[in-house]
Ligand binder design. Structure first.
Ligand code: NAD
Length: 252
């Protein structure tokens, strides 16, 4: 396992109490960062904070709905007040949401997915930029998806949100390079997390595995390695780019 040398850094990870976000919290804390995880459920946050205690760095957790911009701003102020600064933001919280064709998609389902997966990433990115300017820069990693590059039947809102995440990443990278802030997006294919396992049975997951050249579903830890590299100073020339981590999905 790589040590990404984050010893002097404070990381915020939204959706940090499950799946990919929780794996990022582990990889970053293992690499020396102080980590703040944001999520919806206090018990899940507490469980993750207990796991992170093994690395011996400062941790912080807060219940926040990333779709609520005032709550996001308040949470970022809380992190700065508690941990002193923000160097890394992983704007990762997301939901699968309604599965319907474009002709049948409901207003409620559309707004729910866009609210979390697009608005939530924008609000967190904006609050992170404001906090990072105060300490001379940082690295933002926005969680997109393969559906930030291609479409997927029954996922119009999710696909629109993820394409939007890729685009807002490109814009912010150019706007805030002079502030010392790098901004990148990451695009996983199918990863074994509750987002998939809560909705799909094992037979369906195995069928989806065949859509990857590598023939299996990915793990949250494999995504966390890429996210943590992008967050680290080792990725100092990387900004504005979409990084797939998809087992070969997009290569076909
Ligand atoms: P997950 O369900 O395991 O974790 C998502 C976390 O986000 C949960 O802890 C959830 O409580 C939290 N969350 C949801 N809505 C929130 C809100 N409004 N405010 C704060 N927290 C909220 O799922 P995951 O697979 O780890 O997903 C993480 C990200 O990765 C998402 O953006 C998802 O779209 C993306 N992604 C996942 C896959 C996959 O196959 N699992 C593939 C591509 C992209």
């Amino acid at each position: 396992m790589i040590n990404y040398k984050l010893g002097d850094k404070v990381a915020v990870i939204t959706g940090g109490a499950s799946g990919i976000g929780r794996a990022c919290a582990h990889t970053m804390a293992r690499s020396g960062a102080d980590v703040s995880i944001w999520d919806l459920d206090q018990d899940a946050i507490d469980d993750t904070l207990k796991e992170l205690a093994r690395y011996g760095h400062r941790t912080h957790g807060i219940v926040v709905d990333v779709a609520d911009s005032a709550a996001v701003d308040q949470a970022m102020a809380d992190v700065v007040g508690t941990l002193g600064r923000v160097d890394i933001a992983v704007c990762n919280a997301g939901i699968g949401g309604e599965a319907s064709t474009s002709g049948d998609y409901t207003d409620e389902g559309w707004h729910q997915v866009i609210g979390v997966n697009l608005d939530g990433v924008f609000f967190t990115q904006r609050a992170a930029i404001r906090a990072m300017r105060a300490n001379g820069g940082g690295s933002i990693v926005n969680m997109a998806s393969i559906l930030g590059q291609v479409g997927f039947p029954t996922a119009s809102a999710y696909t629109a949100a993820k394409h939007g995440v890729v685009g807002m990443t490109q814009v912010a990278a150019w706007e805030h390079a002079a502030d010392g802030i790098r901004v990148n997006s990451v695009g996983p294919a199918f990863i074994r997390t509750p987002l998939l396992t809560a909705r799909l049975d094992e037979a369906t997951l195995q069928a989806m595995a065949g859509q990857h050249a590598l023939g299996r579903i990915g793990t949250p830890e494999e995504v966390a390695e890429l996210v943590t590299w992008l967050a680290s100073d080792a990725a100092s020339f990387a900004t504005g780019t979409y990084y797939p981590i998809d087992g070969g999905f997009l290569a076909k």
